[in-house]
Design a protein around this ligand. Structure first.
Ligand code: DX5
Length: 234
């Protein structure tokens, strides 16, 4: 059992989906200099989601440009055969979708055996108890606050009770498990997500479009998330 009142580290991570793909390495350097805790790569296969992005070779080409951890958000049907490539490309955290894995327990165990951090993503319609029997293998759960496939979508606030339910489940584990949210995260939505129990916040379009730049965006999100999380304990 982890302490429900445990104050975790708040982690702010960008999705590079809105980045200029012609300058991905430079964009990663700018994000690291702006103070991100890690970088999320939204990998889309055009089947699990109706969009297509980049593969492990693109990620590998950016690996040596920065030292912040990379996480691969695999929006890929049946990802097992590609997971070793993403780890080899330098992704420390591998996020698979519960809906995309025929044998989720086996997939998560494989990620762990390969030395990466296993994480699972849940689409908005997917119930929390889908992961009830694999929390021993998890370092993180991603509760999607949009339907996956595109950046710039509206935050689905009805996911907040699901975030709370997920946090309660993860607090039953014998180790800390991060709770990440992704989709429509901005200064207007981060407090609701963090107050519900999210400590890892993914932001794409809002961070890239912030009028005062990425560093200001990161600072603002971190401050709001920390205030919201501590309000949970009072
Ligand atoms: C959806 C993607 C997006 C992206 C962030 O498949 O995963 O959620 O990371 O998008 P924004 O922050 O622009 O909503």
């Amino acid at each position: 059992m982890t302490s429900a009142s445990q104050t975790p580290s708040i982690k702010i991570a960008p999705s590079v989906l809105p980045a200029d793909f012609a300058r991905l390495g430079d964009e990663c350097v700018e994000l690291e200099q702006a103070g991100v805790d890690r970088i999320q790569w939204d990998v889309m296969d055009g089947r699990f989601v109706p969009n297509l992005t980049f593969g492990h070779d693109v990620i590998a080409s950016c690996r040596s440009a920065v030292s912040v951890p990379f996480e691969a958000h695999l929006m890929i049907e049946q990802p097992d055969h590609l997971i070793p490539n993403f780890i080899e490309a330098g992704c420390e955290i591998i996020i698979v979708h519960a809906e995309a894995c025929l044998h989720l327990h086996r997939t998560l165990a494989m990620i762990k055996e390969l030395g990466a951090s296993p994480a699972v993503a849940l689409n908005p319609h997917t119930p929390v108890d889908t992961i009830a029997h694999v929390t021993d293998l998890l370092d993180m759960v991603l509760v999607m606050t949009v339907n996956p496939g595109f950046g710039g979508q509206a935050y689905i606030s009805t996911m907040e009770p699901k975030i709370r339910e997920t946090r309660l489940l993860l607090d039953q584990a014998d180790h800390w498990i991060d709770l990440e949210v992704d989709g429509g995260i901005s200064s207007a939505t981060v407090s609701g997500a963090a107050a519900a129990g999210a400590n890892v916040l993914i932001s794409g379009s809002w961070m890239f479009k912030h009028a005062d730049g990425k560093a200001a965006a990161i600072t603002e999100l971190r401050q709001l998330a920390h205030e919201a999380w501590t309000s949970r304990e009072s």
